[in-house]
Design a protein around this ligand. Sequence first.
Ligand code: PMP
Length: 306
Amino acid sequence: MVEKLQKIWVDGELVPWDEAKIHLLTHSFHYGLGAFEGIRCYKRADGKSIVFRLREHIDRLFDTCKLVLLQPKFSREQIMRACIDTLKANSLEQGYLRPVIFMGEGAMGIYAPDNPVRAAVIAWNWGAYLGEDALKNGIRAKVSSFARHHINVSLAKAKMMGQYTNSVLAKREAKLAGCDEAILLDTSGYVSEGSGENLFIVKRGKLLTPDLGSSILEGITRDTVITLAREMGLVVEETRIVRDQLWLADEVFFTGTAAEITPVREIDSRVIGEGVPGPVTKKLQARFFDVVRGSDNTHPEWLAEV
Ligand code: PMP
């Protein structure tokens, strides 16, 4: 459950939490055309709060708007400011930010070009997405019977609201089968991503992850991990991956703003590696957490002070 805080930013104003409501005729509520982001704020070892890769998240929010033909009434700078203001208004030293750009009420037809394009930023407390134990000991995943959207059925690079029914269905299926997370293949059968995470495998010391030409979201944590891994002297290959490679991998992990770096210890009843987080995953995880909330200052360009 999201714990109630004080304020939510709605169309340029910080309004009391309980008053941040939308009408049932909100167009995006019915048809799912809307853009959103998920961003983390961390309290670092020096006591300062930072928003991790704020600029890149807001750029992706606007990229999604461009893909779905939504014209926000606010600039990138205004939405970035709104993120910081929302954290401050709620005295949140660390947590999660959810900016949304959506179509408001007016016409109920599919087209509805004159409906207002609305914006909001919500902040809440959010610990480890899949639990502390998942970060430490890894999770069990299941290859989903749901395929990730074909690249021409939806918009693979958009973080678009309606698209997430695919994720919810895959996640529910995985949980009901006793697993923690789903791995979706694309419509050709190649490995795509998790319900809300990108995926990496480690084989003979090398990192492999699906390339950007496949049906995956261009994850900001994915980019962070690729950058850090290369800095650490690891080889990273962006390539097509088949299901067999998952099952035969030495290590597998998910990346995402919410999931951070979550090791996968079992997929479809096959134990991955030794069944515990492997050395490459652990090394990357340690470096990642040192960058976002520790005292590693090698990437100041990723940290926006609150
Ligand atoms: N894939 C999907 C489908 C997602 O929802 C997310 C979370 N935004 C990711 C990957 C990971 O992206 P990021 O690292 O930017 O959070």
